[in-house]
Structure formats: C-alpha cells, structure tokens
Write a protein that binds this ligand. Structure first.
Ligand code: DON
Length: 595
C-alpha cells in the first residue's frame, strides 16, 4: 500500500472517530477573526514623555517629575508612591513588585522587590494537623503576608538611577494622602461592597469603612489618609529606615506578633531589593526584555514568543481558530514548564537559559497538530538544558525624552491583599504567601500549581507571574513598554499585546483593548474574553478537541488592565527624536498622561 493511500485511509478512519466536522489540518484562518476591536481607538499622544498607570492622579504625579526635569525613574517612583495612595486596591507600600529599567544607552537592568517569606515561615504553618493545606491562611489575615519590598525597591531605583531627591518624588503622594482626593465611583462602590471583609480587621474597618455597612462612601467625596501621609513622611525623611526600622517597622512587627503573624522587626530590617539581569528574547527582529525569576513572567513570555515566531500569526488571523489553537497549545506547554521549573533563583536552580532557547520551544511544539489538540495527559513539562550557572496587581509604564524607560508591576496579590491594615500607619499588607506552593498538588488562588521548588521556606521569594516588559525595535530603539495585572493571565496578556503590536500592526490603545485568550495548562480549558472569539472560531476550536470557556477563574468575563506605552521615532520631524503614544486598558479607569 502506497504511503499516500495509507495516509488517506488513516485520515478517513480518524475522521470517523472525530466529532462530526473537523477543520482541515491547516494554519490558514477558517473564519474571519472578530474585528480586533471594531473602530481603531486613539491613543494619547505626547512629545516629551509619558506615564501610563491605573489612576490618572498617579500618572500625573509621574509627569510632574518629568516636567521638573526628572528622568523616567524619578517619574516611576513618584507614580509608585502615588498609586499606594489613590489605588489602595493594588498600589502599595505593603506589597512588592518588579521593575525593568532601560537606560538611554540601551542597557537594561531589573530591580526585584518581591516580598520574601518571613524567617519563621515553614510549610507546616499552612498545613493543619492532618497535613491538609489550609488555603485561607495564605489568603487572609496575618499569616498571609510576606515581608514587603515596595519601599526598598522604589528607593533603590531612585538612589541608583534617579536624579531628583526623595523630598521631591514623594511630595505628590504625600499631598494626595494628606489633602485627599475625590473618590472615583469605581473605588467608592468597591469599598462599599467589601464592608464585611474589611470590618473583620479593626484597623481596616477604621480606615476603609464608615463604621457601619449602611454608611456608604459616595463618589466624589474627599478621601483623606492622614496616618498614611505620616508613614510616607517618615520614608521621605529617613529613606528605607523610615519604613524598615523605627516607628513603622515596630507597628508592623508589633501587630503581626500580637495577632499570630510571622513578620518580626529583624525580617523587616534585613529585607533587601535585588538587582538582577533581565530575561531577553528576540522576536521578529525586536528585542524583548522582561523580568526573570523569581518571576516566571519573562521566561514564559520568551517561550511564548519563540513559539509564535515559528508561525505567520498575522496571516493566520487575529484570534481566528487557527491562531487560538496554536497559541493555546503553546500556552499549555509553557505553563506546564512554569509549574515544574520556576522558583526563587537564590534558593533553587532555575534553568532559565535552557527554557528560553528557541530550539527548546521548537522541540516543545513538535507534537503540535493543526487539526487536533495534543491529548491533555501527554502535555507535561519539558526537559530544558540545565544551565551551568545559574486578583490585584497594577502595572505602570514610563518613558522620558532621553530614551530611558521604566516598566513596573506591583502587587498586594489579591485586591487589598490580606485585608489587614497596619493600625497607626494606614496601609494594607499583602497576601503574597498564597503564591507559594502550600503543598505539591494544591493550586493557588489562580489555579497555578508548582513543585517543591516553590514551597514555603524561610526568606524565599514566591514565584510570580508579573511581567514588566520593555521592547526595542529592530534598530535597537525603544519601542514598547508594557505589563498588566491578572495573576497567571499577566503572562498571556502581555504576550498578546506584544503580538498585537508586532504581528497585527495595532496601535497601542487598540493592542491593549483587543480581546484575549488564556490557557495555563491546568485547568484544561482554553479561556476567552467574551468578545475575543467569534462563534465560528469557538465551534472550530471545539471541533479540534478544546474545552473552550468564556471567562477565567470561575467566570471573570474579562481580565488584564494592561498599561502600554509606544515610542516611535518620526523620520519627518527633524529635531524630534521620539514621540509617545499611551494606551490605558479600557477595562479599568487608568490613564495615559504625557506632556
Ligand atoms: O505575583 C503574582 O503573580 C501575583 N501575586 C499577581 C496577583 C495579581 O495579578 C492579582 N491581580 N489581578
């Protein structure tokens, strides 16, 4: 029997076993994708610099620094502290994050200011007597917090890469806390909705409720945070010692010790932000710098880009079933790797170099079949070459006129973190301990699993998905600053925005608006935002064997809140080296502010 005939018979036999209709095994789009985002939305425009963040007042705080002659780091630090005041949902001084900095000469570094586990943290703390993981301990209350890193990270960035003094960059945040700001309706409604969660903790009840559930916050009322203003003033005067030593440290440690928490004064005094190399990937001639371990973001985005580069994604069509099928397969494999290999590089060996090699991803995608999903049980982590050496978050993107850029993602983990506020200091503490693996096989709140590499251990940093990213164009010039909140969807959101710009030629506002897909290996379904896939595409994906679900994490219909900043170099404007376009995700009330 000839090979061709044999193949045809096999194909015919296979067809009988498959659902009624199976799309031809091809990468060509089988249906038009949804119009990426119907009309092309118009991004913000500026010629001297720009900040894009989750709140207009925080973006404006950064731009105030640029107007004073400060650089992108000065602006980012001012925005970061201001977010701690006007966006307490995720902006913070009680949490942590990652910052990627690009210098005007193109050199790139990162500042890891992820929380670390208190020295008393062990796996047993999160298990009951039967050895079962008690997930609530890592999500709410005093056991949920890691040692905060934001203040150390922002100040390290300012000291090493900024040009303005602390007094100047912290002034807008202090003003916003002391004088207050008009409550946006979104925040007023959110605070009212969370009365019960907040009332469980006396300081949170005092600061973030009006005493009784029936006393509601009203949109537009002035929201003043006097104790937070004092805390910020102590940092302004004494630098990191104003937070990690002295009054603030003793308030944190005292209240944690009194309430069964783990953080003590020594944990605070010993906290250090760490400068690390970025993870750098190339994509269709562009260069993409993102955050390395303990974030999984940079590695995963590099892997996804390596997979995407093997196909003509634009020809396959924006969110056509052919594209969604391919990206879904790549995402499953990448998240399987994330679960197995990622950990804190200061405590476990992470094979970063092996994972981000183009050849490795080529091998991982070798089992891809354009007509059928790869059977779920056979999708497992790969074996990268081991190198010899080694829901709420907020993203902000900053660029100045010199070509310097800063990309920061910061978090308390859940919205308002552990819900615990520090009495007398006026800020929320994170619940980042939930990003550890409490026990192998027990997923975290985003459904992410992991191995012993990410178990709770003293002083260890929990694996993150945060992916602050900076992209350079094929000429090596600054091109895109991007990142997003959203737990595990941070990675797939950031990846898709990069593809929207590079593959689909979208402007930055359109790129952050367009509908998104997500797959994280486990659970097994391919998620899509309600407007991200056409019905035809959903049908064609189901025919390939996918379980396709609208929404993520039990029904969130949309996700992401990306904040993007595009930098272009106009050839027809002599004397003007670069211009700035801001895209703030319409899924929330962020703002791009430029000047
Ligand atoms: O570091 C992480 O990956 C998580 N703590 C991020 C949490 C998050 O994005 C929640 N927001 N929606």
């Amino acid at each position: 029997m000839g090979r061709a005939l044999g193949g045809a018979l096999l194909f015919a036999a296979a067809t009988l076993l498959l659902p009624a209709w199976t799309p031809a095994p091809t990468d060509a789009p089988t249906e038009p994708g949804p119009a990426a985002a119907a009309p092309e939305p118009v991004p913000e425009y500026a010629e001297n610099g720009m900040v894009v963040s989750a709140k207009r007042a925080a973006s404006a705080a950064g731009v105030e620094m640029l107007r004073k002659g400060g650089n992108a780091v000065d602006a980012a630090v001012a925005t970061g502290f201001a977010l701690a005041v006007v966006h307490p949902f995720a902006g913070n001084i009680g949490g942590g994050g990652f910052m990627v900095i690009r210098q005007p000469d193109g050199s790139v570094t990162t500042i890891d200011h992820r929380e670390d586990a208190p020295s008393g943290a062990t796996q047993e703390v999160y298990l009951n007597d039967e050895g079962t993981a008690v997930r609530s301990r890592s999500r709410r209350g005093y056991l949920a917090s890691g040692v905060p890193g934001t203040v150390a990270g922002l100040l390290k960035a300012l000291e090493e890469h900024g040009t303005l003094d602390r007094e100047t960059v912290m002034a807008p945040a202090i003003r916003l806390a002391a004088e207050g700001f008009p409550l946006p309706h979104t925040m007023a409604e959110d605070l009212n909705d969370r009365y019960d969660a907040f009332a469980a903790f006396p300081a949170t009840k005092q600061y973030f409720t009006k005493g009784r559930a029936s006393n509601k916050y009203r949109p537009g009322e002035q929201f003043v945070q006097n104790d937070l203003a004092q805390t910020l003033r102590r940092i302004q005067e004494r630098g990191r010692d104003g937070f990690y030593e002295g009054k603030t440290a003793s308030l944190i440690a005292g209240q944690f010790q009194e309430n069964g928490g783990l953080i003590d004064e020594q944990d605070l005094a010993e906290y250090e932000a760490v400068e690390r190399e970025p993870v750098t990937a190339s994509y269709r001639g562009y260069t993409v710098h993102s955050m390395g371990p303990p974030s999984s973001g940079g590695v995963a985005i590099a892997q996804l880009l390596n997979a995407a580069e093997m196909k003509d994604i634009d020809r396959m069509g924006f969110n056509s079933s052919a594209t969604a099928h391919y990206l879904g397969e790549a995402m499953r494999r990448v998240f399987a790797d994330r679960a197995k290999w990622l950990g804190d590089p200061d405590h476990v060996e992470v094979p970063t170099e092996g994972l981000v090699q183009k050849d490795y991803m080529r091998r991982r995608m070798a089992s891809f079949d354009s007509s059928r999903i790869t059977p779920t049980d056979s999708v497992r982590a790969g074996e990268p070459m081991l190198a010899r050496e080694s829901m709420e978050t907020s993203h902000y993107s900053v660029a100045d006129s010199s070509g310097m850029a800063v990309s920061v993602t910061t978090t308390l983990n859940s919205g308002y973190g552990s819900k615990v506020m520090i009495d007398g200091a006026g800020f929320f503490m994170n619940n980042e301990m939930n990003d550890f693996v409490l026990k192998p096989g027990v997923p975290n709140q985003f459904g992410l699993s992991g191995t012993e590499r990410n178990l709770v251990a003293p002083d260890r940093r929990m694996v993150s998905s945060m992916s602050p990213t900076i992209v350079e164009d094929p000429q090596g010039r600054l091109s895109l600053i991007i990142g997003a909140p959203g737990g595990s969807t941070i990675i797939t959101t950031t990846f898709q925005v990069i593809m929207n710009v590079i593959d689909h030629g979208m402007n930055v506002e359109q790129a952050v608006t367009a509908g998104r897909l997500h797959h994280q290996w486990k659970p097994r379904h391919l998620s899509y935002e309600e407007f991200a896939l056409s019905r035809d595409a959903v049908r064609n994906l189901r025919a390939r064997g996918w379980e396709v679900t609208e929404g993520v994490f039990g029904g969130n219909p949309r996700w992401g809140r990306a904040q993007g900043l595009r930098v272009k170099h106009p050839a027809d404007r002599p004397g003007l080296e670069r211009v700035f376009y801001g895209g703030s995700d319409p899924r929330a009330d962020g703002a791009a502010v430029g000047f």
